[in-house]
Design a protein around this ligand. Structure first.
Ligand SMILES: *[C@@H]1O[C@H](CO)[C@@H](O)[C@H](O)[C@H]1NC(C)=O
Ligand SMILES: *[C@@H]1O[C@H](CO)[C@@H](O)[C@H](O)[C@H]1NC(C)=O
Length: 470
């Protein structure tokens, strides 16, 4: 049976954007145009994402990796297949770049980088790679370094003009330093512990235990380069031996075999398990009165409805860390790091577990969505609104790091709950009083809920499918 042209036009108008797509043999759209009923499978099982037939007016997240799907640029009937070269793994990692939500707009700068794309410098017993403003132009305030030191391997005695904040990702590490007053500091750290050395403070790191350690370093300037730190060996190699002789009150031959070039990362001897045994014995050695380390994961979390949050900053629990503040965040499957912004610093995040999507809102109608998985770095410039949505079936674990003395964020939910009701309703719901009432009821007692979980039984929150209505 054929429908009259006017009916086809009406159908096309109802389906809106479908009108221009090329008909596909026996596609749901073609069946509708031909006046045939939709196959039952489309009513029970809507067409999968990234197909011409798929519809989702709500821009729900799709876990392309978990669902083993190949993202293609089809959205609500628009788009087309790809004919040219195609990096399939890349597309799976960036489903919201391949098929952005319909709410994305504008030309916001790139805010994602994976450490997997950073050059690795390989040294004796270790390696290092960095994500700085050179890899990720938005990484202006902070630079990150990912470093691995096997058992006994040393990141040599050095200092730099930036402050250094470190977070242990795995294994065990011994840190040593002296403070501005000449006090000696030593500590052994494990996964979830961190350290902070102010600018110029000389220090060393050494991997402990069977597999040594791996950690993230953060420097409070995006320009930082791990290649240009001040190394003990480098300095001595570039100082006249006669001066070394005067400085250390020893004949110049003593320095005949000091390294001719920097050592940087190298295999050291096995240190004693006991910090006390290793503590320098000199008459003038004194213990530092500073606390340069902190046990972040040992800290009790703030439990939210959808996850856990631990904040560490100079203002509350880690005084020495004057220029770096951070939050360790766990987002349960189905939960959302709620819509919020940070007023005082850009966010530099490292994703440790799980898969997430983030939409960054940059004013003037601009918004762009990025996808993250373990090893990825994200930036959110200060004041830009954003959320982090867990799109997978395991917890998302991430670090949010800031060049600031204090962790600060504004919660959208809390703000609206603490704003005069009439102001909120007039702004958002002048066109729909009934919806406005429901909204006001929901936000009445709103408070900050950093990681929020929508109630399971609420049908309204299920994005649903437009196929139910056809
Ligand atoms: C060290 O790493 C190897 C794999 O590289 C692993 O099999 C072993 O269990 C690790 N040992 C410890 C003590 O973590
Ligand atoms: C948070 O939850 C954990 C268990 O999930 C519990 O042990 C802890 O006491 C809770 N913390 C607070 C502050 O309620």
């Amino acid at each position: 049976m054929r429908l009259p042209a006017t009916t086809i036009l009406v159908l096309a108008a109802i389906l809106g954007d479908l009108a221009v797509a090329v008909p596909i043999q026996d596609s749901p759209r073609q069946r509708l145009l031909d006046g045939k009923p939709l196959p039952a499978k489309y009513r029970k099982n809507p067409p999968p994402p990234y197909t011409p037939e798929h519809r989702d007016p709500y821009d729900s997240a799709v876990d392309a990796i978990g669902e083993k799907l190949d993202p293609l640029p089809y959205r609500n009937g628009d788009g087309a297949s790809v004919l040219g070269p195609w990096n399939r793994e890349r597309a799976r990692q960036n489903p919201d770049i391949v098929r952005p939500p319909s709410t994305d707009h504008g030309d916001m700068l790139n805010l994602r980088w994976s450490f997997a794309d950073s050059h690795i410098r390989i040294e004796e017993g270790g390696w290092t790679r960095q994500t700085t403003v050179r890899e990720l132009p938005a990484s202006v305030e902070l630079a990150g370094v990912n470093m691995r030191l096997d058992e006994g391997v040393i990141r040599e005695l050095h200092w730099h003009k930036e402050a250094e904040w470190g977070y242990v990702l795995a294994g065990h590490v011994r840190v040593t330093a002296i403070d501005y007053e000449g006090g000696t500091f030593m500590d052994d750290l494990a996964k979830g512990d961190l350290w902070y050395f102010p600018p110029g403070v000389p220090h060393s790191l050494q991997g402990l235990g069977a597999n040594g350690t791996e950690f993230l370093l953060i420097f409070d300037s995006g320009d930082f380069s791990e290649e240009s730190t001040f190394l003990l060996t480098d300095w001595l190699a570039h100082t006249p031996r006669s001066v070394l002789s005067k400085n250390f009150h020893l004949p110049p031959e003593i320095f005949a075999h000091v390294p001719a070039a920097e050592r940087y990362i190298f295999q050291g001897s096995r240190p004693s398990d006991s910090l006390r045994d290793e503590f320098p014995a000199g008459r003038h050695v004194k213990k530092s009165r500073q606390q340069f380390t902190h046990r972040l994961l040992a800290q009790p979390p703030k439990n939210t409805t959808g996850g856990r949050v631990r904040v560490v900053d100079s203002a509350t629990n880690f005084p020495v860390s004057k220029t770096v503040a951070a939050a360790h965040v766990v987002i349960e499957p189905g939960a959302l790091r709620e819509m919020h912004w940070h007023p005082n610093a850009d966010e530099w995040s490292l994703f440790l577990r799980g898969r997430a999507r983030v939409t960054v809102f940059g004013a003037e109608g601009s918004a762009r969505t990025f996808d993250y998985q373990p090893g990825d770095v994200g930036i959110v410039p200060k004041n830009m609104g954003h959320f982090v949505e867990n799109v997978g079936d395991e917890e998302v674990e991430m670090l949010e790091i800031f060049r600031a003395s204090e962790f600060r964020d504004f919660s959208l939910f809390q703000w609206l709950g603490e704003t005069p009701r009439r102001m909120v309703a007039d702004t958002l719901f002048q066109g729909d009083k009934e919806a406005g009432e429901r909204f006001l009821k929901e936000i009445k007692d709103a408070k900050k809920d950093e990681v929020t979980m929508p109630p399971a039984d609420d049908d309204d929150k299920d994005p649903g499918s437009m196929w139910d209505d056809l």
